[in-house]
Design a protein around this ligand. Structure first.
Ligand code: SF4
Length: 394
């Protein structure tokens, strides 16, 4: 969920690592995207379905709300399936308690005791026995969000403890964090004791104060990707460029022959984030130009576009009227495997037609050693054959 405090929990990973990012981002316009709007809609679907399952609203009220949500132009049936998965997981977790837990949805929590002016909204809070469970739904399918030591959820948990401790007393001893990201098939959890969580809260207090006051330093890292200054930030540019500092002299001092395997490895590792950063710089430059701010040496031109019917129905009618046979104009093409799977949901798809799905071996692709996929093949003969194919295709 989005929140608008200067130090929002959803940006905690960023401002904890780069304290000056919060004040810098506050000066920049919020990036709205259709992904964010889809996320808000998907959250609303989850909320209403979960509330119905746990008896917080009546079935008729759920149906009425869903009908309204379905009228949204961003509606996709996949949202319903994601919400079903989310509710299934919540139900499973609730069953894990010895007795029926206390359950609350979309609860506002005050985190200002740790982070100035900060608040958050928890998708689902459960409490039973001595355990507080916080679940966050993520609609994104680009980047998997990890539950382990996730600062956003840890801040929510601190807020939830503050909210519920007066009610449940000192009975809350343990905290479980769940991140449910059904579109990536990811459902992760992480646990800690309340004592550990409170200690972490104390540890981040000075960092939060620094970020709020606008002290400290810029510190670029993987957290830059979601920063509003991504592609415009000088500290990030310096980090990207200086990544080659120790590599460049070695290359400059010896210009004979080819890159060694070690040098190639270094160029690949250092270049990976450089490419991503460069795309962000290009996007940021385009936005500046669109805003009327000149970028020396660059201009906006019209990109390529494909022709399209201005009125497809009328055009096809005209063709038929002029003697072109319908069979020539229309193709009957089945939906793709991915479209059908999206329509049915993965589980139903697997049950109904999973046996007919085959996956040909992919082309050899370069990946870092940390990649989870197994090595393509260690047999030299296999590589030789594939290399020949690649050569003949290029
Ligand atoms: S882009 Fe990175 S270094 Fe720059 S302000 Fe944002 S988080 Fe900090």
């Amino acid at each position: 969920m989005s929140d608008h405090a200067l130090l929002s929990p959803s940006a905690a990973h960023r401002w904890l690592n780069c304290p000056l990012s919060a004040r810098l981002e506050a000066e920049l316009p919020e990036k709205t995207s259709s992904f964010a709007e889809e996320g808000t809609l998907a959250h609303s679907v989850c909320e209403v379905m979960a509330k119905k399952h746990f008896g917080k609203i009546k079935a008729a009220s759920c149906t009425r709300t869903l009908k309204k949500l379905k009228a949204d132009p961003l509606w996709d049936d996949e949202m319903l399936r994601s919400a079903e998965t989310y509710v299934e997981h919540l139900a499973e977790r609730a069953m894990g308690f010895a007795s029926e837990p206390y359950v609350a949805f979309e609860t506002s929590v005050d985190i200002s005791a740790y982070v100035p002016e900060a608040f958050g909204r928890c998708d689902c809070i459960m409490f039973g026995g001595d355990t507080l469970v916080i679940t966050d739904f993520k609609n994104g399918k680009g980047v998997k969000v990890c539950a382990a030591e996730n600062p956003q959820l840890m801040l929510y948990a601190l807020g939830a403890i503050k909210l519920y401790q007066p009610i449940f007393g000192g009975g809350i001893l343990n905290v479980e964090i769940y991140i449910d990201q059904p579109r990536l098939g990811s459902y992760e959890s992480w646990k800690c004791t309340v004592e550990e969580l409170l200690a972490w809260g104390e540890e981040i207090k000075p960092k939060a104060q620094m970020a709020y006051a606008g002290f400290g330093e810029y510190h670029a890292g993987e957290w830059c990707r979601f920063c509003r200054a991504h592609g415009r930030c000088k500290a990030q540019a310096r980090q990207q460029i200086s990544a080659f500092d120790d590599f460049a002299p070695a290359i400059k001092s010896n210009l004979t022959g080819l890159l060694s395997p070690e040098e190639m490895s270094e160029a690949l590792r250092k270049g990976e984030t450089l490419v991503e950063w460069f795309s962000a710089v290009k996007e940021a430059a385009l936005m500046r130009l669109l805003e009327g701010i000149p970028i020396p040496g660059f201009k906006i031109v019209e990109g390529r576009s494909s022709r399209a019917w201005s009125n497809q129905d009328k055009a096809l009618e005209a063709l038929e009227a002029q003697g072109i046979k319908r069979a020539v104009i229309y193709d009957s093409v089945p939906k793709t495997l991915a479209q059908i799977e999206k329509m049915l949901g993965k589980q139903k798809f697997d049950e109904m037609v999973g046996e007919f799905v085959t996956k040909p071996q992919g082309k050899p692709t370069l990946a870092p050693e940390s990649d989870k996929r197994p090595v393509f093949s260690s047999a030299a003969t296999d590589f030789a054959a594939v290399a020949e194919n690649v050569k003949s295709e290029t």
